[in-house]
Design a binder for this molecule. Sequence first.
Ligand code: SF4
Ligand code: SF4
Length: 433
Amino acid sequence: MLGKTLEDYEKDMTRCARCSLCKWPPLAQVKSIRYSQVCPAISKYNFHSYSGGGKMIIGLSKLRGRVDYSEEMLNVIYRCSVCGACDISCKYSRDLEPLEILHTLRATCVKDGVAPLPAHRPILDSMRNYDNVWQQPRKKKGSWAKKLDVKNAKEQPVDTLYFAGCTYSLRPEMQGIARTTVEVLQSAGVDLGILGEEELCCGSPAYTIGDEELFVENARKNIKALNSLGVRRVVTSCAGCFGVLKTKYPLVEPANFEVVNVTELLAELVEQGRLSFSRPLDRTITYHDPCHLGRQSETYKPWHGVERKVLNHLVIQDPPKEFNRGTYGVYEAPRKVLAALPGLELTEMERIREFSFCCGSGGGAKSAFPEFALATARERVDEAESTGAEMLVTACPWCESNLSEGIADAGSRLKSASIIELVSYALGGGELS
Ligand code: SF4
Ligand code: SF4
């Protein structure tokens, strides 16, 4: 967690029982042997060090001076999509904090000057030099919205700010989704504005790679800029932006706006009858829960208390610690929206909600270890295919992009789409592939 050190987690790392339960979903959630793994790094490399528990051992060994940094150690630490699946599984066995620890391990590597990895440096340099991750000049950030009739939130007061994020703003194949998002929300009467070329990167890549200083610098700039707009809420359609704005920004500075994901806003609009769907989709789809929209979107709850040993071996927290178990991530809103679309049938995969299997793109994995990211996407595509669906739908540009690569690499018959494209189609706009 932001600002913590390995020393802060020494007790957790010592208590890791080496039980390996962080490699699988909790037993009650396992539906078949085929899809019974939950850690992408274990699925690919099948060696304990790659697991959440394995990274606890690395952290403890580092803290106690038993090991020195090596290239292989860094490869193990970074061959991980920081998906947090290990964290949820551990919460069903030992109530430890593997995700916070593996983040702190990365942050320690950055502070000690052995990370980021060479493949990560251009991303972080781009954030410093251009305020986006795609090494594009700042003025290009608003190019996606050039032909749209949408307010500039800096010039006119608006109720809701659409924070498009670097990928939807700058990747040509993704810009259409940002435009569609604005059109759909405006059609439902949302008083919407954007920041265009003045929108900065949310900072998520810096956080997940472990560069806390850069993340905090970005977060501070964004919170100041967004606070000054006086908007009631900020809506994001990138799960990465949503995750940090909602859960990490409050650790930096207070914000005077609410953060919602576009699926939550769409679900609200459907409930209020402000979106009327007329065109049937006539498709069977399956839905992939993005990690940062699901299990990693719970707000951090700091705990201040003491630990006591009872019966000479059980450790209890006094007062009881409220753990994040992924239960309250955004799972219902996307499913409510999908259920409202005419002619659409949702067929679920085995690993869903907080037990979802990652797409493989996050935590700098795609830039540093593309073969790992692709193998993870292939695994998820295989699971999606097993449902018999025609389409793999998600709500995050990183997931959509990596899963599309997985589909292409597998020669799969699946099509990929984002929820907003389905909504737009059902409203009568655009075509689906
Ligand atoms: S991190 Fe948790 S689930 Fe994994 S081996 Fe350690 S105690 Fe077991
Ligand atoms: S964060 Fe994901 S990839 Fe990394 S160790 Fe945990 S489950 Fe495996």
